[in-house]
Design a protein around this ligand. Sequence first.
Ligand code: XUL
Length: 512
Amino acid sequence: MGFYLGIDVSTQSVKCIIIDTGNGGRVAAESSVNFGRDLPGHHSPNGFLFNDDPLVKQADPLMWLDGMELALERLAGSGFDLALIDGISGSGQQHGSVYLRKEITSLMPGRTLAEQIKPRLSRPVAPIWMDRSTTTECRELDAKFGSRLQRDTGSPASERFTGPQIRKFARTEPEAWCDTCRVHLVSSFLCSVLCGGEAPIDFGDGAGMNLLNLRTLRWDPEIAEFIAPGLLEKLPQVVPSATVAGGLDRWFGRFGFRPGIPVIVWSGDNPNSLVGSGSATPGMAGISLGTSDTFFAPMRDFKTDPQGCGHVFGNPAGGFMSLICFTNGSLARDAVRREKNVSWEFFDCDALRETSPGNGGRLLLPYFEPESTPPVVVPGVRRNYIHATPAEEIRAILESQALSLRLHSSWQGEEFRRIRLTGGASKSAGFRQILADVFQAEIETIQVSNSAGLGAAFRAANVVEALDFDQLAAMFSQPTEFTVPNPANAEIYRELGEKFREFEALSAPRER
Ligand code: XUL
């Protein structure tokens, strides 16, 4: 029985969640900070800095520190006594990288986190997962390693992954690169700050770098050397997710924490969400409908996506997990809604009542932004029809998004019978039914809005108290809504799925 803190540092916010594993389990306290609203001085209304080049997306690492500090201050101010906390872990947006000229050591009491970490940065900005400016570096990795890159690291060269980002930095800013002694992920950077000392990277987040050999579970020296000479010495250690990174630095005593309590190595948001949403049992999957949509599932064996869109990461519960990221998720749904000038009420309910499954074969590829799955660099919406009422257009985007989720997760060869749904759009009963019918699976909605932070708190409880993830999910991630598939629609979506595959292949040809 104990209290565990999960800190989720995502693209737009920092969220803290404290779980109490006593008395059947309850969420004891929460706090959050939105970068745009609460930290306007960082000029990042959407979590990243303005850049003339739309392919470049970078954030100020000091904003994450200010956000974490304020979120902890708010947590302490919520009335919960932080001296009760028995362990902490965290979750970082994946792939983003932080460059240090001096390692992190114990923190100085009189200074804010940002003030004391600033002089240690060799690069004032951190490229984040939304960055798409590394196509050249990806081509070079493809040319050098061919299919070995995906076979051994679980992913083909991907623009947002850390390896290509490091290569671009080392090439375009050689002096700053020479001045760099350590390259961190967002997760390991923030974990290091909590520990007041250099923290490792876990297998879950490390696999999102095009650098971790998933067959040996070590950094791949040949790939590292190609990405940037000397990189291997600049990478933190890589360890299993259930590793204690260190003890909490005394600096955090100001919020009431007991210094020295275990800080468990942080992981990426997707590995954390897998356990936090209670989807870590084989046969289950999770879909998070957020700014971008993601599909993730535990894997029985290590295998890779022959189409090169899906990724393999370490599963915090052991073994591996898949992750498929669709950049045009809620952003695209909202763009269609605004284009048609209709309310969410109409979008979620009336539009789907006015139309029927299959929708006359209408398909819409919603590439409002460059897309990760399939890789599309030049944005633009593609339709296989000319005329559609607003309701038909809305059904077209929802059915196409569901078919894309199914198509691009099929390489795992798994019949997903239960899918856990999280994120804002999981509130739409119409979209839930489409997903249930397309996958012919039961859709279980969980009302935990912060499954990444919850997963981090689970990992802390798992290490400190030896509670397993099923026990924790039974306490904290119970579904609140079940949507059962309609077997009558199975054939309609099988046929439409075939059509979707052909349309996508024609309209979004491989650009690399
Ligand atoms: C996963 C991905 C995103 C980020 C941000 O590959 O790019 O899900 O982790 O949430």
